[in-house]
Design a protein around this ligand. Structure first.
Ligand code: PEP
Ligand code: MN
Length: 364
């Protein structure tokens, strides 16, 4: 594949895509666009047809929203993009001169849908951005790129929006940076854009993730922005005002990629980001372990059983030290870490028992 860039920005200038999760009204669209047009925005985004996890929630305003996007172009000169999920959407979007189309994560996952869109694109040359599939499957992502490319679309970019996962990771969609990094490695010309909004699912970590994407030499950002984020009709928790977004962009530290030691620096950054991700998984796992210890503490209290049971503790030590050895962790390290975890569990349980005891004494 000889994929061509859509944006072609200079080194050190990230591609900036922003706009609301969903178009809600003409007023909301124009207000967001007006706020964003004060910065250097490459593309204004808004979802017109919204793929929702469960029925009954707001599913997008439909075609009327395309007219509002046309108005954004007329009034601000910004180019516009929307998500397409079937043939009909492609025809409607092209009829309304939408500059760039994007495929959402729930579409990339389904080769039937991607092929339907590819067929509808045949004979056009509209640039297309392809989000990663919801599951961490690089082949599926690549397959979608290939289908769109085979339809004759050369200007293709990808959007990394993180991956579904089980349990609490602190992210709405876990980044698994290695997957887009691998895509970048295989296709050095492919522009990779980080959708920090859908990775984070919350405002407080948006700028950290945006910075990490810049540190990893991603080509740009796609961020959801709404004039009244708390009252947005979809994805309220992750949206920020245009002014906050422009500040976030201003505060980004753009790293130089030119250095005698580029390869070394890049691999260091990649490895460190993997370590950060694993560390946060470890901490979340430890937090979950302590919650279970708390529950055990309650049961022990109810049944009047001592906190420490030596047999059980010896069993944990033996089993886990053996498992640690299998993955290259020394006995010394394993015993330090297991003792620390165990001590923390005891502290949690003791606190629960003492608190219950105190409440008994106080007659609560
Ligand atoms: C969106 O961009 O609003 C959206 C629905 O994203 P995703 O396809 O990444 O879930
Ligand atoms: Mn959204």
């Amino acid at each position: 594949m000889n994929i061509k860039p859509i944006f072609n920005k200079k080194q050190g200038q990230p591609i900036i895509i922003a706009g609301p999760c969903s178009a809600e009204s003409e007023e909301q669209i124009l207000k967001t666009a007006e706020g964003l047009s004060k910065g250097n925005i490459d593309l204004f985004r808004a979802g017109i047809w919204k793929p929702r996890t469960r029925p009954g929630s707001f599913e997008g305003v439909g075609r009327i929203g395309l007219k509002w996007l046309q108005k954004v172009k007329e009034e601000t000169g910004m180019k516009v993009t929307t998500e397409v999920a079937n043939r009909e959407h492609v025809f409607e979007a092209l009829k309304h001169n939408i500059d760039v189309l994007w495929l959402g994560a729930r579409t990339t996952v389904n080769p039937f849908s991607v092929q339907e869109i590819a067929d509808a694109l045949e004979g056009t040359n509209v640039p297309v951005m392809i989000k990663n599939p919801i599951n961490p499957d690089l082949k599926l992502w690549l397959g979608a790129i290939e289908r769109i490319y085979k339809a004759g679309i050369e200007n293709i970019a990808v959007i990394h929006r993180g991956f579904s996962h089980h349990g609490d990771s602190g992210f709405r969609n876990i980044p698994r940076w290695q997957i887009p990094i691998e895509l970048k490695r295989q296709f050095p010309n492919l522009e990779v854009i980080c959708d920090n909004s859908h990775i984070c699912g919350r405002r407080d970590i948006l700028s950290d993730v945006a910075q990490k994407a810049m540190d990893l030499d991603f080509d740009g950002l796609m961020t959801e922005s709404h004039p009244d984020p708390d009252n947005a009709w979809s994805d309220a928790a992750q949206q920020i005002t245009p002014a906050t977004f422009l500040k976030l962009v201003d505060n980004l530290v753009l790293r130089k990629t030119t250095s005698d030691n580029t390869a070394f620096i890049e691999s260091l950054v990649h490895l460190r980001s993997e370590i950060d991700e694993i560390d946060s998984e470890l901490i979340n796992t430890l937090g979950r372990r302590m919650q279970i210890a708390d529950k055990i503490g309650m049961y022990k209290k109810e049944n009047n059983i001592a906190i420490l049971q030596t047999d059980r503790w010896n069993e944990i030590l033996d089993n886990q030290i053996a498992k640690g050895k299998n993955v290259g962790l020394s006995e010394n390290f394993m015993s330090i870490i297991l003792r620390a975890i165990h001590q923390e569990s005891i502290n949690h349980q003791a606190e629960i028992m003492n608190k219950a005891q105190l409440e008994d004494l106080q007659g609560k």
